[in-house]
Every structure is written in C-alpha cells, then in structure tokens.
Design a protein around this ligand. Structure first.
Ligand SMILES: *Cc1c(COP(=O)(O)O)cnc(C)c1O
Length: 463
C-alpha cells in the first residue's frame, strides 16, 4: 500500500482516497502499544520512558541518533517463541536482523538457537559463548574459509544452498574427519510478502535449489551419497514481513511431499524440516501481526496434517524468526534539526541521522511511525516527512506521518520498531558515525554496541 501524501495537502487528510496514508490518530500523544516495545510509556511529564528511563536522560547520556533496545521485551519475545513451539521444535533467531555479543548471551540464556550467515556473525556468536551445536550456518555463497571455520567449530547444521556447496562441505568435513549435519535449502516456488504470496513454478532467485524439475531430489541423492554429510532435513524460507499463513501452508506441503519422495526413493525419513523466518511485525498501527502461539499452532497443524496424508512420521520443525523477535524491541531516537514547511505539500522534518541508520525506507519503501517523545503536545497534527541529513533526496526515514504542528528544533522524536535490519544494515555514507545500541532494562541503560567515532573512520583509512 502506498502512503504517499494527498496531492491536495494535509488539510485534506480526512477525505483521502483509498490507499493513501491514514488520517492522523485521534491523539498524537498516545503511544500505540502495537508498535512500541513493552516497557515504553509516558511519564507524568509526558516524556517517553523505556525500562523506566526518560528519553531526555537517555539522549543526554548517549546522544542522538541512537537505538534503544528494551532488553526485557527482547527476552520475553524469545521466551514466547520458545514456549509456543515447545520442546519438540527448535527456534533459531536469525542473527542478520541484529547481532551483538550481548544479544547472543540473551539468546543463550533464553534457550534459543542462532542462525548466522557470514564468518563475522559466526565469530560474534562463538565469541559470546553460543554453543556451536546451537548454531546454523546459512548463505548462498559461503566461502571455503567460512565453511572450514564452521566445520572446525562444530556448528549444529550447515544449510546447503547449491550443488557446488554439497560437494564443498562434504569435502571439508571429510578432511576434518567429521560428518557434518546439513539441511538442503529448497526453493518451493512460493514468494511471500506481507499480505500476499505468489506461487510460481520456477523461482527466479539466487537462494536454494528448486523443487521443480527434480533438482532438489537430485541434491538429496548427492548429499545422501557423500560420507562427509549427515543429511538431517530440508529447509525453506519464503520471504519477509509476512502476515498471511497461506504461503507457509503451500511451502510446508511441498516440503513434506519432498520428504515422502525421499522416503520412497531412498527408504529414509529425514527427521527435520525448517520453515524459515519472515514473520511480520507492526511498523504502523495498520499492521496486525500474529502471536507466536498462533503461528506455532498453524505451522504444526499444517505439517502434521500433510505428514498424516503422506504417512510420514512428523518431522521436528525449526523456525527462524529474526524481525519478529528483535524488530519491535527497539526504537531510534533522533533530535529534530530543521523544519521546512512546503506550502500545500508537507513539512520536511530533518533529523540528525537518516538512511545511514535506517536504509529500509529507501531500500524497500518500508513504512514507519514516528512520535514526539520529549514532551506531549496539544497542537494540531501536521503532515510530515521525516528525512535525514545525507546528500540524497531519497534519504527518507518516515515517508508520511503526523506530528504536532508546534514541533521545534531540539525536540526529540522517535521511530519505533527499528530493532531489525536498521543497525545491522547501517552504513557510513557521508562518513556518518554509526549510532550506538543501548540496552535498557529495569532502570538501567548500558551500551551494547558503542557509537562509531571519527577515530574509527580514520583507523580504517590507511592514508
Ligand atoms: C532473513 C532470514 C531469516 C529471518 O527473516 P525475518 O524476516 O527476520 O524473520 C530466516 N531465515 C533465513 C534463511 C533468512 O534468510
């Protein structure tokens, strides 16, 4: 859905044609609990607090822009996913959404497993003490060095993504005298985004091995024939920010069909299937994500039903939520620098960050919400576009939103649901210094990833 502004300007917000941005909330001071992390509230002075600490104090101590991560919310979401899936399934947090050593320790303590997809993520996971057997290693082009390291460390599984990689991993495992547990990533011909999914015969994408034309069956044949590999299952990941379970239904059905074919051809029932991640979160009040227990029930019902029909033992299920765990737990805090009203169009509000700390709006046309958080206001709503300080007109943080008309330079505004794919995709464009991630819990705030400094920039530049 496009949320582009009404050409007739903000005053026409109440007569917008369908498909345009929502009308302003009745009260801009209300923080919708759907998009804010669980301990966020306003204190008696009207300032936003998280983990019991007011944003003014956070801004003073840690500066802006900065990401504030609600640790107890993060842990609660980990537990909700683990509890929903229970002891007969495995939840792997997708580290690419946001990874740091503190996060690894929280995952370890809350009983989750961890997906990594690069040597850097693997190093972070191992360094913070995640047991190797709880790590899964993904990626469509893992280097030989990365595979070596993963095999040496003893990771619980490597997800094989191509025919070359089947042989490569088998060879490396054999050289190390081990049998590496692996899954094969298949492309099931389903692509899901938000409220829709598309089922196609051939998927035009770089990931996985197609079910079509017997490709995946051939990959299984090869993997089963190699001594260095222990094939434990089949893996599928169909998209991101998905609300509609129908895509998972088709994908699970196709994966189970493959398991049945494997049994018929080889006489083995593979013990596991992985249905990937991609579960949606609320970025704005219009989004309605499902709870982990609903997702767990839907997925397990689908798999059980399909397995009964195929007379297969029900495999152990894994899922890989990244965004759905960390996304809602953080917000980005910015200070307003300049305010430029464009008569009849909208008001441009420039903040001290931008596309370097949140590329998702520019990259995916992602939607976000924003609120004035250093105070409340009874002023009229004004239509704004929140933009960054980069030399790029596409440097947009929030495309269309409403903020109080008395907004002034120096006010603090915050964008919720920035826990996933913001810091992890942050860049140094314009030699921006990547913001810190500050974990807040029970009245205490602690930096878990520090702010980059100009010294850091110069250190990489060898002159
Ligand atoms: C990106 C990715 C995930 C996580 O996706 P989310 O949308 O963050 O849940 C899980 N599995 C694989 C293989 C991925 O590539």
């Amino acid at each position: 859905m496009s949320r582009s502004a009404h050409p007739a300007g903000p005053r026409h917000a109440d007569v917008l044609p369908e498909g345009h941005y929502s009308a302003p909330a009745a009260d801009l001071n209300v923080l919708d609990e759907k998009v804010w992390s669980r301990t966020v509230t306003r204190d008696a002075d009207g300032a936003l607090t998280v983990g019991g600490i007011a944003v003014a104090r956070l801004a003073e101590e840690f500066g802006t822009p900065a990401y504030f991560l609600d640790e107890s919310d993060f842990r609660a979401r980990c537990r909700a996913w683990a509890d929903a899936f229970g002891p007969d399934a495995d939840v792997f947090y997708a580290g690419k959404a946001f990874l740091s050593r503190a996060v690894v320790r929280w995952l370890k303590e809350e009983g989750l497993n961890l997906d990594v997809c690069s040597g850097g993520e693997l190093t972070t996971a191992l360094d913070a003490g995640m047991p190797a057997e709880r790590i899964a290693f993904h990626g469509n082009n893992k280097t030989v060095a990365e595979i070596e390291r993963a095999v040496e460390a003893g990771v619980g599984r490597i997800v094989l993504d191509s025919f070359q990689e089947i042989v490569r991993v088998a060879h490396i495992a054999q050289r190390h005298g081990v049998r590496q547990r692996v899954q094969i990533r298949v492309t099931v011909g389903v692509e899901a985004h938000t409220h829709e999914f598309i089922a196609t015969a051939h998927e035009d994408q770089k990931f996985g091995i197609a079910l079509a034309d017997g490709q995946a069956a051939e990959a299984v044949r090869r993997a089963l024939s190699l001594d260095g590999l222990e094939l434990i299952g089949v893996h599928s990941h169909i998209g991101s920010q998905i609300f509609d379970m129908a895509g998972f239904e088709v994908s699970a059905r196709r994966v189970v069909q493959l398991l049945a074919e494997i049994r018929d051809e080889h006489g083995v029932e593979l013990p596991e299937i992985d249905l990937g991640g991609g579960l949606g979160i609320a970025y704005t009040s219009d989004d309605d994500p499902r709870e982990p227990h609903e997702i767990a029930k839907a997925l397990s019902d689908i798999v059980t039903r399909e397995c009964e029909a195929a007379k297969l033992r029900t495999p152990r299920i894994s899922v890989e939520p990244g965004r759905a765990i960390v996304g809602p737990t953080a917000f980005t805090l910015y200070e307003v620098g300049t305010i430029k009203p464009l008569e009849g169009l909208r008001t441009y509000v420039s903040v001290d960050g931008g596309m370097s700390d949140n590329i998702r709006t520019a990259l995916y046309d992602a939607e976000y919400s924003v609120a004035l958080v250093s105070r409340t206001s009874d002023a009229e709503p004004m239509l704004v576009r929140v933009v960054g300080k980069h030399c790029e007109s596409g440097d947009i943080v929030v495309k269309d939103a409403f903020l109080p008309a008395d907004l002034a330079p120096g006010d603090l505004i915050a964008v919720p649901a920035t826990g996933a794919y913001c810091r992890s995709m942050a860049s140094n464009y314009n030699h921006a210094l990547r913001p810190p991630v500050v974990a807040v819990r029970d009245g205490e705030a602690r930096v878990i990833v520090r702010r980059e400094t100009e010294e850091d920039l110069l250190r990489l530049d060898v002159g």
